[in-house]
Design a binder for this molecule. Structure first.
Ligand code: FMN
Length: 330
């Protein structure tokens, strides 16, 4: 089912935006062609953007857990409706800050706009459309404009949408849904198996180059790894990379061979398995051919990019002796 995120851009206490976003959610909830969910920036409490790595280079991997959580919420949506007020003739700073935190998560998705304010917030929408174009968001025309004098009562404090506003919202949602469907082929990618094989090849290349940053890009930040080293479970990308840091210290030159790789894809989830062998020249000059291990990767497509969410590396063991079998050949 298509999922549309209703992004509430004001984080002010006592904001009027809450009433407007709730109305959008209720009206949209009557439809059967998509699921609609609120993405309230006030809940996400994003910091001001300070990351040294621009979002477009992060490929969905974020150090800051608030950014990672926000990224996951946005990535889970196929399209968006932005609910925005106007601040000094532009979009609210919190909304711009939130847009700038992410990149791939916005790409190739449709965006509709609902604005409100003394003057209806049209200039905020104009600026939002410009920012959207930089993020690969397809901005649909005909925003829903809600001027206080027309759509709010009690001195502009209570939202009382007119029939015209309801009709305008329906038209805009029709367009967002149609564009979301039309853009779906861009989001799903032409050949997911090839993309996953390329990702696993990138892992192998990262090991050869002892490049922890290159390796990091292939995993989600919350990856759970059942690596061959203890403990039983390594949680998070830093724990995963710690294993490779130890291996890289052990080897002067390191190689990793992957063979018999099989990839199965279903929607935005996939798994792959094969045999891997770590070999190379040790710090003391000795060389080792290593041993074959079994490697399984579970992957999820996050905002169009495949990432490893879980991996498992193991050797069979002899049940009687309890010893691992390190001499098996594929
Ligand atoms: C800092 C600030 C600047 C504003 N500038 C504008 C403006 O340029 N145009 C406008 O129509 N309303 C402006 N307003 C009024 C807002 O439209 C109104 O406060 C609205 O309720 C803000 O949305 P919110 O309550 O959901 O935060 C401004 C409000 C604030 C707080």
């Amino acid at each position: 089912m298509t999922t549309i995120g209703i992004v509430l851009g004001s984080v002010r206490s006592g904001r009027r935006g809450g009433q407007v976003a709730q109305w959008v959610l209720e009206q949209a909830g009557r439809r059967t062609d998509a699921d609609f969910r609120l993405i309230d920036l006030a809940d996400h409490r994003l910091p001001l953007l300070t990351s040294p790595i621009p979002a477009m280079a992060s490929r969905g991997a974020y150090e800051d857990e608030r950014t990672a959580a926000f990224g996951a919420a946005v990535a889970a949506c196929d399209g968006f409706v932005f609910v925005t007020s106007e601040h000094n003739l532009g979009l609210p700073g919190a909304l711009k800050n939130a847009l700038d935190h992410l990149y791939v998560e916005w790409n190739d998705k449709a965006a509709g706009f609902v604005s409100y304010g003394v003057n209806g917030g049209v200039r905020a929408v104009e600026q939002l459309k410009l920012a959207a174009s930089a993020l690969g968001l397809a901005a649909v025309a005909a925003p829903v404009i809600l001027p206080f004098a027309v759509e709010f009562g009690d001195g502009g404090t209570v939202f009382r949408p007119s029939e015209a506003a309801v009709a305008s919202l329906d038209r805009m949602l029709d367009k967002v849904l149609a564009w979301t469907t039309a853009l779906s082929t861009l989001r799903t990618g032409a050949d997911p198996e090839a993309e996953i094989r390329a990702l696993i090849a990138a892992v192998v290349d990262g090991i050869h180059a002892k490049d922890l940053d290159a390796l990091r890009r292939n995993y989600t930040t919350d990856v759970v790894s059942f690596d061959v080293q203890p403990p039983l479970r390594h949680v998070g990308i830093d724990a995963k990379l710690k294993n490779w840091t130890e291996v890289f210290a052990f080897f002067d030159e390191v190689a990793y061979e992957m063979r018999d790789l099989s990839v199965q894809v279903g929607g935005d989830l996939a798994f792959a398995h094969g045999f891997g062998r770590l070999s190379g020249r040790l710090a003391n000059g000795a060389t080792t051919d290593g041993m074959w291990v079994r490697a399984t990767f579970c992957l999820r497509r996050v905002a169009g990019t495949w990432l490893i969410v879980h991996d498992q590396v193991s050797v069979p063991y002899d049940v009687l002796t309890g010893r691992g079998c390190a001499d098996l050949e594929p």
